[in-house]
Design a protein around this ligand. Structure first.
Ligand SMILES: Cc1cc2nc3c(=O)[nH]c(=O)nc-3n(C[C@H](O)[C@H](O)[C@H](O)COP(=O)(O)OP(=O)(O)OC[C@H]3O[C@@H](n4cnc5c(N)ncnc54)[C@H](O)[C@@H]3O)c2cc1C
Length: 432
């Protein structure tokens, strides 16, 4: 970006910061409502958590017993993403398996909670599960089938960005936000990729980096990012997504891919999302834990490892009341990370912060959440932005398919064009 544009056009302009699933989703949503958008990403699209996740399109079963609201939102969004995203999704299905030493009550509690929130959870014979997953451990005692899937994040983000661009959004990669100007209690200008823009609103969808971006406007957003490792192993015997039926812990998911299985993950609190320890011990732990479900993982060659940082939000106690008053996302009291260790105890629901309460009108942060629920996150913030801009248009992102959704080759060309390549699905997109 080279030009300078500090004059306000007739059409209000919204700057969206961050080119992950959330930011591209916001850009698409706003442009579908006729709003003029510039999206600025500091690297390539999907460079953050989006391209470094497992890529499970959650059914919500993983969270059902601990967070029914979050689980309900997952199953609703799971159905919508399947409808709109075509070849960005593989309909693999998912299994939850309980081993001999696992808590039988936990399995029953999860199954009942799934059914209570509308997740189609069917208990099946372990022998049937063994047909779907050759090499499943002998001591698998109970199995539940759920509508999990696999989402290819590079394709999803590229298709979402292309959709926004077809409606005249400017999508700028290698364009970091470096400055925000606040005048008379409202955000008025932003500098991205060296260009100063006049803006009518700014949406901070910078994931684990949301705190740094908010600080440019003198606002505090208290992020508590946690890092997790994924391990790609040379094993292609897994058909459905495999989940261990136990409280979320290290190494309890195995995700089928093209000629490899991705094992994950861990959850360790980090101070700096760009600089944290990537320990070999974590890699070994994930493989060993997942091998309790499929012992063959232990002998499979490790093809790749990659780390991602969850954009978790943990407001300081003093800010909780103000945040709760402003929040329009799902409630954050019931986190979905209820497993072991403090780093798993932070809510994985999303939070929308309207920084008018901090003295910066027109500035919003959208934090937390999941890849699966990115569209709902985008809708929540787009509603709020449209209210401020006086735009009277409903969200239509659940009703229209994404650009190129039915054309895998075009999707992969878009991945290359937007530099949206990610380690999570490079084996599928072929874009390294
Ligand atoms: C290990 C792990 C496994 C996960 N597994 C799953 C899963 O299986 N299913 C699921 O649904 N969810 C999963 N998640 C959660 C999910 O990946 C995230 O919640 C989601 O992708 C966040 O998307 P986002 O767009 O909000 O953030 P991000 O994808 O992190 O995007 C933020 C973007 O902002 C950019 N940015 C930062 N600073 C600036 C700046 N100054 N200027 C411009 N751009 C900037 C970054 O480069 C980044 O691209 C997982 C997360 C992790 C870490």
């Amino acid at each position: 970006m080279t030009a300078t544009d500090t004059s306000h056009d007739e059409d209000p302009t919204v700057l969206v910061v961050g080119g992950g699933a959330t930011g591209t989703g916001v850009a698409r949503d706003l442009t579908m409502r006729g709003v003029s958008v510039v999206l600025a990403e500091r690297g390539g699209l999907s460079a953050g958590a989006t391209g470094r996740s497992h890529g499970v399109l959650h059914s919500g079963a993983r969270y059902a017993e601990a967070d029914r609201g979050g689980a309900r939102e997952c199953i609703e969004e799971n159905a919508i993403v399947r409808e709109i995203a075509g070849a960005c999704v593989a309909d693999t299905g998912g299994l939850f398996v309980s081993l001999a030493d696992d808590d039988a009550d936990y399995f029953a509690e999860k199954r009942d909670a799934c059914r209570a929130v509308g997740i189609d959870a069917e208990e099946i014979d372990p022998a049937v599960a063994r047909d779907a997953v050759p090499g499943l451990a002998e001591d698998v005692e109970r199995v539940m089938r759920v509508p999990d899937g696999v989402v290819y994040p590079s394709r999803l983000v590229a298709a979402t960005a292309a959709d926004a661009r077809e409606r005249d959004a400017r999508i700028e990669t290698d364009a970091p936000l470096t400055d925000l100007t606040v005048e008379d209690g409202a955000v008025t200008r932003a500098t991205v990729g060296g260009e100063e823009l006049a803006v009518d609103a700014v949406v901070n969808a910078a994931g684990a980096w949301a705190g740094e971006c908010a600080a440019l406007a003198g606002v505090e957003v208290d992020m508590r990012p946690t890092a997790g490792v994924m391990v790609g192993v040379d094993h292609d015997g897994v058909g459905p997504v495999l989940n261990r039926a136990r409280s979320p812990a290290d190494g309890d998911i195995a995700v089928p891919h093209a000629g490899r299985t991705v094992l994950g993950t861990t959850s360790v609190a980090v101070d700096d999302p760009d600089g944290y320890e990537r320990s070999e011990a974590a890699v070994e732990r994930v493989v060993a834990e997942c091998a309790e479900m499929v012992p063959g993982f232990l002998d499979a060659a490790v093809l790749d490892t990659y780390w991602g940082v969850r954009p978790l939000y943990a407001p300081a106690e003093s800010r909780r009341d103000a945040v709760a008053a402003e929040e329009t996302g799902t409630p954050t009291e019931t986190g979905t990370g209820t497993g072991t260790g403090e780093a798993r105890g932070i809510s994985r629901d999303f939070t929308l912060l309207d920084h008018e309460v901090d003295g910066v009108a027109g500035f919003y942060s959208i934090v937390g959440g999941k890849l699966t629920t990115h569209r709902a996150m985008a809708a929540a913030v787009a509603d709020r932005v449209c209210d401020r801009l006086g735009v009277d248009a409903d969200c239509r992102t659940a009703e229209e398919r994404l650009a190129a959704a039915g054309d895998p080759e075009r999707l992969d060309r878009l991945v290359a064009e937007f530099d949206a390549r990610s380690p999570a699905d490079a084996d599928v997109t072929g874009v390294e």
